[in-house]
Write a protein that binds this ligand. Sequence first.
Ligand code: NAI
Ligand code: MG
Length: 350
Amino acid sequence: MKIAVLPGDGIGPEIVAQAVKVLNALNIGIEMEEAPIGGAGYEAAGDPLPEATLALAKSSDAVLLGAVGDWKYDKLERHLRPERGLLRIRKELNLFANLRPALLYPELASASTLKPEVVAGLDIMIVRELTGDIYFGQPRGISTLENGEREGINTMRYSESEIRRIAHVAFGIAMKRNKKVCSVDKANVLETTELWRQVMIEVAKEYPEVELSHMYVDNAAMQLIRAPKQFDVMVTGNIFGDILSDEASMLTGSIGMLPSASLDQNNKGMYEPSHGSAPDIAGKDIANPLATILSAAMMLRYSFNDEANATRIENAVKKALAEGYRTADIYTDGCRKVGCAAMGDAVVAA
Ligand code: NAI
Ligand code: MG
């Protein structure tokens, strides 16, 4: 097992160091090599995705990423900005399946803006297609019509094979969970998603144990707030998934808790927290490392098929929370306030 470790910018190095500490504590022979990306890549090699970094990522079995970005790079040309490094590595590695769990830890129930009875026990997995849809479809652009008026165009587009492969990811995950998939579309008005629905129904035949349901995206947005626990696995296209996964993540209250995985066809993946580089708190040892530590757990589960050690990490996080350890973003009265490194230590000890 060889991992490319890309700490990136801002709090990236601090939070990634904690995940590395936890992986090392498992003592299961993971080989790790570090390389710069984002602003750190620009500083080291004049490129937010240096060639050596991309080569390392390609030759590794998985990538563990912190976050990229800092306000000080805002003046750079677009292709040199840190965020461009992230988009490029996702595209280069063909990471078409983005998995974003929204899981509420009982200890953090009061962190959600929704009533405790609505979110208690929440455990959803959103599977978002990441390399197709309206973000990539051609034609696109802004042009000027004959009458002098400007027109903007983006094209919603999915091929059958693109839908089929994300469907298999969703059904495969559902088989390991509660065997329920809700496919979200807008099949009543958008032909692209009418095809989406047809292919979902076809693929479902290969997973007879899984119950497939369909929901229009506007209703799904409503249901996520009204009764989020009705969902287990949700699968949807790039733009609907972008919006719904952000919505779902906030059901759990804290951005510092949310891991993610982005996978290719062979379950090679990149694992990163859902949040950004938080330059406002960088270098102060106060960032919450749990999203990154939980991303490392997802790496063991999806890239290395090591459910036992993935669960070991997740249980250690639960135990550290149960013991009262809290970073500033999730702190409530009566808990033990700790910094980033001490939270990492608490998970290792647990
Ligand atoms: P952000 O997620 O970095 O921060 C939003 C707020 O959440 C800040 O107040 C921050 O202090 C807090 N926060 C984030 N992670 C935290 C953690 N682990 N523990 C405690 N508090 C945490 O988003 P923002 O401020 O919009 O962007 C900052 C930079 O990050 C920008 O350069 C942006 O482009 C970049 N970014 C990078 C992403 C990535 O690498 N995947 C994703 C989102 C933003
Ligand atoms: Mg988004």
